[in-house]
Design a binder for this molecule. Structure first.
Ligand code: DC
Length: 210
């Protein structure tokens, strides 16, 4: 079974998806981490982030992998914490915008999601990567709350810079951020993580009972 969790930055996807996967005993796949890792490597190698072909070649020849502790690897480097830095936050939408890059990433995501039960989080999972996912959820939250959550994750950044970054990322991610028609939308603005996880778990149980 595939549980697809999509939504904008700061809507709570990672926290919810991880907790849900643990609770259900499903694997967890963070597709944002894959775009982040390719972005990190492209910057490390000084590649032109505007060149779709060069980046697609990079994504093809240097696949992102996850180890059993869910650490993120690319080109022999553990990039788990390196990809959570502000410079990556800022540049990843530039890389993720290229369709040839997305095609390679999506194919890899489909492979990684193929066997067994998995919770996959991203932006286009319910719509493009796994349109047949048995359960699709689209998380949202007010932008001010999303900015606050990002601030807790990136204590070094000022509130204004963070709000601006979030706005920019929202508009650049917007075309990939449409909810699937059959997605269950959950507004997490006033909800606790456990409540969101419980709601999704109920959807999974309903689906398993069918
Ligand atoms: O969820 P995140 O912040 O780690 O995602 C990082 C970036 O990758 C974000 O700008 C959107 C992009 N992304 C995407 O385009 N498609 C996905 N399936 C996942 C992430």
């Amino acid at each position: 079974m595939i549980v697809a969790i999509d939504g904008p930055a700061g809507a709570g996807k990672s926290t919810v998806a991880r907790a849900l996967a643990e609770r259900l005993g499903f694997r967890y796949l963070d597709t944002g981490a894959m775009y982040r890792a390719v972005t990190w490597l492209a910057m490390q190698r000084g590649l032109d982030l505007g060149n779709a072909k060069v980046l697609a070649d990079l994504a093809r020849t240097e696949p992102v992998t996850f180890d059993e502790d869910d650490r993120v690897w690319i080109a022999g480097t553990d990039v788990t914490s390196l990809i959570r830095r502000e410079n990556i936050d800022r540049m990843v939408p530039v890389v993720a915008r290229h369709e040839p890059v997305r095609e390679i990433m999506r194919e890899r995501q489909r492979q990684l999601g193929r066997d067994g039960n998995v919770v996959i989080e991203g932006r286009d999972i319910g719509t493009v990567v796994a349109p047949k996912a048995e359960v699709k959820v689209y998380l949202t939250a007010d932008r001010s709350i999303r900015a606050q959550r990002r601030m807790a994750e990136r204590p070094g950044i000022g509130a204004d810079a963070l709000a601006t970054d979030l706005r920019k990322r929202d508009s650049s991610d917007a075309d990939r951020m449409q909810p699937a028609e059959d997605a269950h939308e959950i507004d997490t603005t006033n909800l606790k993580v456990e409540d969101v996880v419980e709601q999704i778990e109920a959807l999974v149980r309903e689906r398993t009972a069918v």
